[in-house]
Design a protein around this ligand. Structure first.
Ligand code: SF4
Length: 330
């Protein structure tokens, strides 16, 4: 157990966790909503510092990050617990299972493992990295000192100060935008929409490489109006932000049928009117929305088939044919 960051003492023995917008006020002996931050002896402790449930070398495209060192491999780690409760969670066996098995890795051990495996960096992913922020900060600093990049795959449900601290060490984020309906966010995911919108805007403005993912879930967020609002929101920040539209499959507690692929393609065709880079995930490999085209001259810049990626027409982040600056880091 390590003492947590971002909390205050309330009265004699309550602790107020200020890491995420739940702002849990936690009684003695109890844990917050995420289940991993506990009040013991009038102090808040994290029970998951260094406790890794999953570790693997993954293609960076699997995060998904398509514009950040494409075709590289990244050491990816995750813990257990989450501050949201999505009923269709694809990783529920670690995100919603406090009994998930873990193994302790010191931050330097992760950074060294990444170097020894030829990784371009460390990705904090699989479950929600915000809730083990103390470990992410330490590991990211260790990784950066060895010349590595740091990447987070997150739900973006975080308060401003911890987000600011993360942005000091995190080079790229994929942030989930699960819905654009505040009521759905509250009822289905058990969180609030506005802080997530803020996180996307702030991370992007502060120079972090940002990509956004929306899992289009049957009966949750699959209305064209709502998806159109997401498109407009991303475009209002920067039309160069890549948007990944991903097909949902039944999982965990949610049994509605998988998303109609026709709907995914309709959303894709709508999105490319306002956004420069739109990708479709979890659908057959030959479909549109996989490779990266130059927004100006439509030359293929990066060709993708599954997780096979070929950089074809890109030089120093610009289209080799017409010179358009894409913002892709490679
Ligand atoms: S990180 Fe956990 S304990 Fe802290 S406010 Fe969020 S849900 Fe509550």
């Amino acid at each position: 157990m390590k003492e947590a960051l971002y909390y205050e003492l309330i009265g004699d023995d309550k602790t107020g966790c200020r890491l995420c917008p739940h702002n849990c006020n936690i009684a003695a002996g109890k844990a917050g909503i995420c289940g991993v931050r506990k009040n013991t002896g009038s102090k808040l402790f994290t029970g998951i510092y260094g406790e890794v449930t999953s570790i693997a070398m993954d293609p960076i495209e699997k995060k998904p990050l398509y514009h950040f060192f494409p075709s590289s491999k990244i050491l990816s780690i995750g813990t257990k617990g989450c501050n949201l409760k999505c009923p269709y969670c694809q990783n529920w066996h670690i995100s919603q299972n406090m009994e998930a098995r873990t193994r302790y890795y010191a931050p330097e051990e992760i950074a060294r493992t990444a170097v020894n495996n030829g990784s371009m960096g460390v990705a904090y992913t699989y479950s929600e990295p915000v809730i083990w922020i103390e470990y992410v900060l330490d590991t990211a600093m260790s990784a950066a000192s060895m010349g590595l990049k740091n990447v987070m795959v997150t739900n973006g449900f975080i308060n401003a100060k911890p987000l600011e601290d993360l942005l000091g060490v995190i080079d790229a984020m994929n942030i989930d935008l699960k819905t654009f309906n505040p009521d759905t966010f509250r009822k289905v995911h058990k969180g609030e929409l506005e802080p997530v919108k803020d996180a996307i805007a702030i991370a992007s403005k502060k120079g972090c490489h940002v990509e956004v993912t929306t899992l289009v879930v049957t009966g949750v967020n699959d209305g064209m109006n709502e998806l159109g609002e997401i498109i407009d929101f991303i475009a209002s920040i920067d039309r160069n932000i890549p948007w990944h539209i991903s097909r949902y499959y039944p999982n965990y507690k949610y049994e509605s049928p998988a998303t109609d692929t026709g709907l995914i393609m309709s959303v894709y065709h709508e999105a490319v009117k306002s956004l420069n880079y739109v990708y479709c995930g979890n659908i057959p490999l030959s479909s549109a929305g996989s490779s990266t085209l130059c927004p100006a001259c439509k030359t293929i810049l990066i060709e993708r088939r599954g997780y096979t990626t070929k950089i074809k027409g890109l030089k120093d982040g610009a289209c080799e044919k017409c010179g358009y600056r894409t913002g892709i880091r490679h």
